[in-house]
Design a protein around this ligand. Structure first.
Ligand code: SF4
Ligand code: SF4
Length: 277
């Protein structure tokens, strides 16, 4: 079973949930698709067993063949090419590696070269396999890294927890694509409710089964809870605002590993999720 953990923004407790749920399942796999700011590894502190670079293809001009016809410039919808002062410029950072310009050039003046956009680290932490995608600083999209992460054989294990990027953009859709079930983590504020609406819309569009975990709950009104009730959304867990949990988390420790009460809490949550699948 592949479970994706999502939230409309960072800081809601998405990684806390994904890391702890993974920790209570012996032999599980944790996949950090939050490639711009992966931090699951800070908790797992895995022994790295392998590392690989993720490359994309970028066009390179062979100036002796280029006639300056500008067909490639007109073709590129991302404005990643410009013909200035009788030379073709390629802006690597905004190229989406579609390969179209290479195909369209009548002079075969464009060839493709590899460009590193990030890396993938695989390691182990106790009996959890930890896969981490790390995007190079300054890159525009983590999509190639996420695709490569999700193609790994480890994802065939029985329990896989996918820590998605925050938000509801295309990289989140890619991270959720293989999931059998989605957990949406929401905070008890109006802003939290707005973010919940975004990810709710996404999993509904993608026709994924899902439920919500309400995190950092305090006494008083909870707009996210109200949203769930009004929309018949199943709430699989309510986590109170918990100073102790926050302290353990901010010290880079996994609460389910250091305290049996948290171990039981996350194991019960998983059972609750499993009970409807
Ligand atoms: S299409 Fe080919 S020949 Fe024309 S400007 Fe681009 S690289 Fe040069
Ligand atoms: S590969 Fe695609 S995105 Fe990149 S420069 Fe060529 S046409 Fe533009």
């Amino acid at each position: 079973m592949k479970i994706a953990v999502l939230s409309g923004k960072g800081g809601t407790g998405k990684t806390l949930m994904a890391v702890n749920l993974s920790s209570v399942v012996p032999g599980s796999v944790y996949v950090d698709c939050d490639v711009e700011e992966p931090n699951g590894h800070l908790f797992f502190k895995p022994d790295i067993t392998s590392s690989e670079t993720v490359y994309v293809k970028i066009p390179e001009v062979q100036t002796d063949l280029c006639t300056g016809c500008r067909k490639c410039v007109e073709f590129c919808k991302f404005n990643a090419l410009a013909y200035i002062n009788q030379s073709l410029l390629v802006f690597d950072e905004i190229c989406h590696s579609c390969g179209g310009c290479t195909l369209i050039c009548p002079e075969n003046a464009l060839i493709e070269k590899n460009k590193s956009v990030g890396r993938i680290q695989i390691g182990t932490s106790d009996d959890v396999t930890v896969l981490t995608g790390i995007m190079n600083t300054g890159e525009s999209s983590g999509m190639p890294i996420i695709k490569q992460l999700l193609s790994k054989d480890s994802l065939n294990e029985e329990f896989v927890f996918i820590d998605c990027p925050p938000g509801s953009s295309c990289i989140v859709m890619e991270s959720v694509k293989l999931a059998d079930y989605c957990i949406l983590v929401a905070e008890p504020t109006m802003f939290g409710k707005h973010n919940l609406e975004m990810v709710h819309e996404l999993v509904t569009l993608m026709e994924k089964p899902y439920s919500v975990i309400l995190n950092k709950c305090v006494d008083g009104e909870n707009p996210s809870e109200k949203y769930c009730i009004n929309n018949n959304i199943r709430i699989s867990g309510r986590f109170p605002f918990d100073n102790e949990l926050g302290t353990i988390n901010s010290n880079g420790m996994i609460s389910a590993r250091v305290q049996s009460t948290y171990q039981s809490m996350f194991a019960s949550l998983l059972q609750e999720i499993g009970s409807v699948n």
